[in-house]
Design a protein around this ligand. Structure first.
Ligand SMILES: Nc1ncnc2c1ncn2[C@@H]1O[C@H](COP(=O)(O)OP(=O)(O)OP(=O)(O)O)[C@@H](O)[C@H]1O
Length: 638
């Protein structure tokens, strides 16, 4: 029996093929990647988010090493499926030969039978080798692909989170207008849910990009590269196996090849047309589910307040309103998917019998063997699956694109927030100077106009004014958070100037971490922490430094404000700005805390925002913000 290919020499043929095709694919990948990054919007966004991973000095060797390895593995997958199709050709031809031998007469029948049998066992041996390589390749690909994904995710997470932190972008990006973002996809602007962008969009970006470009394990037609190579390889097989056929009286050569191409082309165009709205719907799904999750987290965070207000009813209604948006979007996706999957599934079903119908007349004529017939079906199936990959994975592309838009949106909001105006800050030792500091609200209302202030060691100013006058915003402006600000601010650099908000931020972790914040507890030491706690009248907490609790919920507001004073003692800053830092303690305790700071840190400059007149006695001057941008500075009345 004659085999469809020379199996003995196949290992060298395959290795040569692998080397040549991977070189071509690598060049193709780079060229196509460059063109996409240059000429498409999403390509530019993708490159903006992750380009440095592929070109950065520290990661590029590793990244391209993985890419080449994944390319080789996925091309080996394609090669194996080509070889499997030749194996199946040989198997069926051997069975046909056996059948002919059994029905044949005399020695000719006997020799056909023997040839068929040996062909059958040869096919089994070939299968054994191919299947072993196939299993090994699949496992290695899963491992290498996962390792690549996790390295990429690590890099992306580090890059996105440090970009989010840098220049306090996590706060200031709320002032960035992103009205142009995602307009082309009908997507709402804004930087909602950065947490979700940094976590799930990055995961999706890394895993979808890998599986869409290379194969995802088992299937050899599940990535762009193997799909394209499969199309080329199997089209050649189809080309060799297909003969001329008459259609409507006209003889068309290689009809099979043209038919499969047309068949899939029409199916793909229709599928893209049906699937297009999925991009926007997927983007919305991410946003709506994140909004819903955030609402749940808000209730958890504000549990005590909600419970005091008996706000369960309104919270429940709020939750269900948000969840209804999730459900509405879900149904829109389901209706769209029904059309999309319905179309794709019908096309795939028809493709099972399509090659048989087309090849049957030639088989009935005897011009092709059973093996050729089944190999045609396999080749058709492979070309069809590979071409259909683009159609079937349209929703994966859609969700990848949504993730790219969201990550790029976060990145550009972060970048823009760093370009927003800030107060001009000048480092200066042991003194504070404000020169012509003006502050407005985002809609342009003047809160403070041309404020000048000069403070030397030991000076203390209390800032007063009606609610909404702009006291907190002044501190925001000086801390570099508020962009609607003008003027010059000189102060000691770094942590030598401390800003304390009304409710101190309490990080997760043990009490030691909470008290030492923003310093690292190891840098401060337990003894210092305990001494500071005793000084701010929290001796009962000194034994609980190891306890991990949600301390923001355990400590009373007054205790939390005392923790803030402990931080002042630990940091020993040259300047402290405090925003109603004693609003939750009684007047006696307020007196003790201020006296403590004044005696422990006599040279420290204090700027306190306060509504209480009892605070005045600890300060030397009063800065009164009187509205419409006006202010006055006077000594504290004795
Ligand atoms: N992110 C923001 N966007 C728009 N307006 C804001 C924003 N933050 C504050 N404002 C407005 O700026 C004004 C000043 O607010 P600010 O919090 O500084 O007042 P305040 O003097 O500290 O008031 P209070 O004594 O009640 O704490 C208010 O009218 C407030 O509504």
């Amino acid at each position: 029996m004659e085999y469809s290919i020379d199996w003995a020499g196949e290992i060298w043929t395959s290795l040569r093929w692998l080397g040549m095709v991977s070189a071509i694919c690598l060049v193709g990948l780079v060229v196509v990647g460059y063109l996409l990054a240059r000429f498409t919007r999403w390509g530019r966004q993708f490159w903006n988010v992750t380009g440095s991973f592929f070109l950065g000095r520290e990661t590029r060797v590793m990244a391209w090493g993985f890419i080449i390895l994944l390319l080789l593995l996925s091309l080996l997958g394609v090669r194996l499926s080509v070889l499997f199709s030749y194996f199946s050709n040989d198997l069926y031809t051997s069975l046909q030969t056996v059948a002919q031998g059994l029905t044949g007469q005399g020695p000719e029948g006997q020799s056909l039978l023997e040839a068929g049998k040996s062909g059958f066992w040869h096919s089994m041996a070939v299968f054994g080798i191919l299947a072993t390589i196939h299993v090994g390749r699949t496992l290695i690909e899963i491992y290498v692909g996962s390792a690549f994904e996790i390295k990429w995710r690590w890099w992306l997470t580090q890059s996105a989170s440090s970009n989010w932190m840098e220049g306090r972008a996590f706060y200031r990006n709320r002032f960035v207008d992103l009205s142009h973002q995602g307009k082309d996809a009908g997507i709402q602007p804004g930087v909602d849910n950065p947490d979700q962008r940094i976590e799930s969009d990055i995961t999706n970006l890394a895993s979808s990009s890998r599986t869409l470009v290379f194969s995802s394990g088992g299937s050899s037609t599940s990535g762009v590269i193997p799909a394209v190579v499969t199309i080329v390889s199997f089209t050649k097989i189809l080309w060799d196996l297909s003969g001329p056929m008459t259609l409507g009286g006209v003889e068309i050569p290689r009809l099979m090849v043209w038919l499969v191409l047309m068949y899939v082309l029409v199916a793909t165009v229709v599928a893209f047309w049906i699937g297009r709205p999925l991009i926007r719907l997927n983007f919305l799904r991410e946003r709506l589910t994140a909004n819903f999750r955030y609402a749940l987290v808000r209730i958890r965070d504000g549990a005590e307040n909600v419970a005091f207000y008996r706000g369960e009813g309104v919270e429940q209604r709020g939750l269900m309103t948000r969840f209804k948006a999730v459900v509405d979007n879900f149904w829109q996706i389901v209706y769209r998917m029904l059309k999309f999957v319905g179309w794709n599934f019908s096309v795939s079903q028809l493709s099972v019998v399509f090659p048989f119908i087309v090849q049957a007349p030639r088989f009935f004529e005897g011009s092709i063997q059973l093996g050729d017939m089944t190999q045609t079906a396999t080749a058709f199936g492979n070309v069809h699956d590979a071409l259909s990959f683009f159609r079937n994975s349209y929703d994966d592309f859609a969700s990848l694109r949504a993730s790219i838009i969201r990550l790029d949106g976060l990145e550009s909001a972060d970048d823009k927030s760093r370009k927003l105006p800030q107060i001009d800050t000048v480092d200066r030792d042991r003194a504070v100077r404000l020169a012509n500091v003006s502050i407005t609200t985002p809609d342009g209302n003047q809160l403070i106009r041309s404020l000048n202030l000069s403070l030397d060691p030991g000076d203390a100013v209390v800032v007063k004014g009606r609610s909404g006058a702009g006291k907190t915003t002044l501190l925001r402006g000086l801390a570099g958070l508020w962009p609607f600000v003008d003027g010059e601010f000189s102060r000691p650099s770094g942590n030598r100037t401390l800003f304390l908000s009304q409710m101190p931020y309490i990080p997760l972790g043990d009490l030691r971490t909470a008290v030492a914040y923003p310093a690292h507890p190891d840098d401060v030491g337990d003894e210092a922490i305990k001494a500071a706690l005793r000084q701010v009248f929290l001796p009962h907490l000194t034994e609980r430094l190891d306890e991990e609790e949600d301390w923001a919920k355990v400590l009373s507001p007054g205790e939390q404000q005392r923790v803030a004073f402990a931080r002042i003692l630990l940091t020993r800053p040259e300047v402290v700005f405090m925003d109603e830092a004693t609003s939750a303690v009684d007047e006696g305790l307020e007196y003790s805390l201020y006296s403590l700071i004044r005696t422990e840190l006599p040279g420290t400059i204090l700027v306190s925002v306060s509504h209480r007149s009892t605070t005045d006695q600890h300060h030397t001057e009063v800065l009164e913000i009187t509205g419409e941008g006006d202010w006055n500075l006077r000594p504290v009345a004795t």
